[in-house]
Every structure is written in structure tokens, then in C-alpha cells.
Design a protein. Sequence first.
Length: 136
Amino acid sequence: MRAPIALGLANCVLVSWAGAAPRLKDPPKKEPTSVVGVWTSESEGDQGVLHIFTADGEYIRDDGQGGRRHHRYTIDTNKSPAELDITSDHLRVVGIFRGDASTIEYCHLHGGPRPTKFEAADRPKVWLSVYKRVKD
């Protein structure tokens, strides 16, 4: 009679100990890539162009030959893939982006529906650009 009671008591202790054990923490969430800064394009037809994203939402495209165009940008990193749109009175570019602190891939379309994949080959007017961060 004592063995079943002792076994039942041991099970209770184990169950209560397992319930009180610390839980594993969720892995830290990856911070979204910040586009703020100066980037240079490595894409064909756009090589050497500077893309400047300011913290207050201004986007400047500098062609390096005195041509600077000023626009606004918005990002939504809560979407998957993250969205990056560039707009002005005469321009609407919708796109998706991914990357890290040194490189960004930006798949975008002037007007039209937002790309959903990081590929441009099967859709006309869709661009897949690669930007490298300019070091200070």
C-alpha cells in the first residue's frame, strides 16, 4: 500500500516541478532592415546612382552628374515581404525589399500592382535592384 502512495506522491512532485520549470524564451525578433542612409546601386543601367533615404521619409536619387530628384518614401516592415514605396506628385513606385545592414534587394514597379516575389524576368516594367550601403 505504501508503494502506490509513494509513487503517486513522486508523480505529483515531478508534475509540479515540471510546471514550475522556467520556460525557454522565444528567440529574439530580428530587427527590420533600416533603409535610412546612403546606398549606391549595383544594378545594370543604374550603376553608381546614389539612393538617399532620410529618417524623416525623404528619398533622394542622385545620378552623380548634378541630377537630384526628391521624393517621399514609406516602408511597412510588418508585411512579409517588407514593402517600400516611393512617391511624388508625378511618381508612384511600389515594391518589396529585403536585406541586411550592407545590402538591400528592392523589387519594384512604376505604378501597377506590387510585386510579390524577388524576380523581374517574367513581368515587364518590374525592376530588381541591388543597393549597397555607402560607408561613412
